[in-house]
Design a protein around this ligand. Structure first.
Ligand SMILES: NC(=O)c1ccc[n+]([C@@H]2O[C@H](COP(=O)([O-])OP(=O)(O)OC[C@H]3O[C@@H](n4cnc5c(N)ncnc54)[C@H](OP(=O)(O)O)[C@@H]3O)[C@@H](O)[C@H]2O)c1
Length: 253
């Protein structure tokens, strides 16, 4: 008889990297709370996929993480579904250019909100449950948290804050809860998002990025998922650390 499943909340988990994280955690015997905002169809399909593999092992919950009431409701619903939370993966993120002369307050609120403020307050809302479970938090940052990405200053600032979030919360929540981060390099090209559809890369831009990766290829979503599983399951003496998963890209920025 297998152990009782642990419970993970993955934000922005309907598709792309978040969905792959959810699938890997599920295969590692976690029950999944799949958070989404706009991508209801994909989130519900993923929940069905996981529930077909193991009955009553996944739910999909909607929330705009930039809305504090919806964030609080998400934390409450997520932790009451199976009584508790063992793992919070702060994966949801908005990403688009904010040229310095055109950036506005809405851009700031959206990018800082999804990449920094929401991870902080979700951690706060779930701290008691994570402490009870001796669980962990994984924050998904970016290699551009250390070195800024041109034309993306607000995103870079938000992810830089996300790095300090990981270190601060590791200190605040010790010794019961470990908090670590992942800094991905080029994994999936931006697909545009609901706010700024124009944020996609030309073939020439993609080639320029690929040229600068020592391992000469993009990473895959599963590289991020596997790194999370390592930090969660196989690194009990590691907290407050950021694991860079970028094929060496940050060596050449
Ligand atoms: N892709 C890469 O190569 C790469 C590189 C470096 C770092 N990263 C980091 O890795 C993580 C995953 O990357 P990704 O490319 O898979 O992400 P993504 O597709 O750009 O975004 C993930 C999800 O975040 C959700 N989201 C955005 N704003 C939200 C808000 N205000 N409230 C609730 N949900 C919100 C969206 O959910 P809905 O679709 O449901 O609205 C979206 O599907 C992110 O933290 C990203 O910064 C990715």
């Amino acid at each position: 008889m297998p152990d009782t499943p642990k419970i993970a909340l993955v934000t922005g988990a309907a598709k792309r990297i978040g969905a792959e994280i959810a699938r890997h955690l599920h295969a590692a015997h976690f029950n999944l709370v799949i958070h989404y905002h706009h991508s209801a169809t994909e989130a519900l399909a993923l929940a069905d996929e996981l529930n077909n593999l193991r009955e009553n092992s996944a739910i999909a919950l909607k929330a705009d993480l930039n809305n504090q009431d919806q964030l609080t409701a998400l934390a409450q619903q997520a932790s009451s579904k199976w009584q508790g939370i063992h793992l919070l993966v702060n994966n949801a993120s908005s990403f688009y250019p904010t040229p310095f002369d055109k950036a506005n307050g809405d851009d700031w609120d959206d990018l800082i909100g999804s990449n920094l403020k929401a991870p902080y307050f979700l951690a706060q809302a779930l701290a008691a449950q994570l402490t009870t479970a001796a669980g962990s938090i994984i924050n998904i940052a970016d290699i551009y948290a250390d070195k800024p990405l041109r034309n993306h200053s607000i995103y870079s600032i938000a992810k830089a804050g996300n790095l300090m979030l990981t270190k601060s919360l590791a200190q605040e929540l010790a010794p019961r809860v470990r908090v670590n981060g992942i800094a991905p390099g080029a994994i999936l090209w931006p697909d545009g998002n609901h706010k700024k559809k124009e944020d996609t890369l030309s073939d020439e831009d993609k080639e320029k990025v690929l040229c600068k990766i020592p391992l000469q290829q993009r990473g895959q979503a599963q590289d991020i998922a596997k790194a999370i599983l390592f930090l969660v399951n196989d690194a009990p003496y590691v907290t407050g650390q950021i694991l860079t998963v970028d094929g060496g890209r940050s060596l050449t920025i």
